[in-house]
Design a protein around this ligand. Structure first.
Ligand code: ZN
Length: 231
């Protein structure tokens, strides 16, 4: 289905759909907008902010300054479009699943140690590669494909960034087999120890990297020079 114009008077869709089209056609992915811009685009419509938030149920990613500290309180960033909500078939197929109760959400967060199951970041921790972004954790419902290819559903803790990057891809148990199968025997033993302990340990490579990072930038060339000799 073709994308209708957000301000087409003939468009019978509700505010969420028109808001989605407005984000795409007026703001554009990666750009910021203010609450006033939103109100001006949808005059007289109450809770237009909330309708934009509803888009999150359809995989749309919109950050406020809670998730992106570089934003002002008035600003929001349209990070990524999700399901084509103006297309009724696409929208039905992606209808938000039943809400996760706060009791379930708390239990899942506690089980996962209040860390993203994809990248390991803890809630409110800054991303190592992006100091203005701090992690916001949420609990999502994911399809899990078992070894026998049967499908179930599971609740998992994910940070917003991983969630945005992952789309609605299922979790495939086979990925864990394949990744483990590609390891050398020593690495496989180490993985088994981590699994036993329930957390990863640091490897000689991690320790070497951390030790390198502790060297002030002015002295790092001494390390890289030595490395070159060792290779
Ligand atoms: Zn993550």
């Amino acid at each position: 289905m073709e994308q209708p114009a957000w301000d087409d008077p003939a468009l019978s869709s509700g505010t969420m759909v028109r808001g989605a089209l407005w984000l795409l056609q007026v703001i554009g992915e990666g750009h910021t907008f203010t609450k006033n811009q939103l109100r001006d685009a949808f005059p007289g419509i109450s809770q237009v902010d909330r309708r934009i938030r509803d888009l999150r149920d359809y995989g749309w990613v919109v950050y406020s300054n809670t998730e992106d500290a570089s934003l002002l309180a008035e600003d929001q960033r349209f990070v990524k479009a999700g399901v084509a909500v103006w297309d009724l078939n696409a929208r039905r197929a992606a209808a938000p699943q039943k809400a996760i109760s706060s009791k379930d959400r708390q239990a899942v967060l506690a089980r996962d140690g209040y860390m993203c199951t994809l990248c390991g970041i803890a809630g409110a921790e800054p991303y190592p590669d992006d100091s203005v972004m701090t992690a916001v954790l949420s609990v999502s419902r994911r399809t899990v494909i078992s070894a026998d290819r049967s499908e179930t559903e599971a609740l998992v803790t994910e940070c917003k960034r991983c969630k945005a990057g992952r789309g609605d891809a299922p979790i495939d148990v086979k990925d864990a087999f394949d990744a483990a199968g590609a390891l050398a025997p020593g690495e496989l033993r180490r993985l088994a120890r981590w699994i036993e302990r329930g957390r990863r340990g640091s490897t000689a490579l991690d320790r070497a990297w951390a030790a390198y990072l502790r060297v002030p930038p002015e002295q790092r060339s001494e390390v890289t020079d030595r490395l070159r000799e060792m290779q």
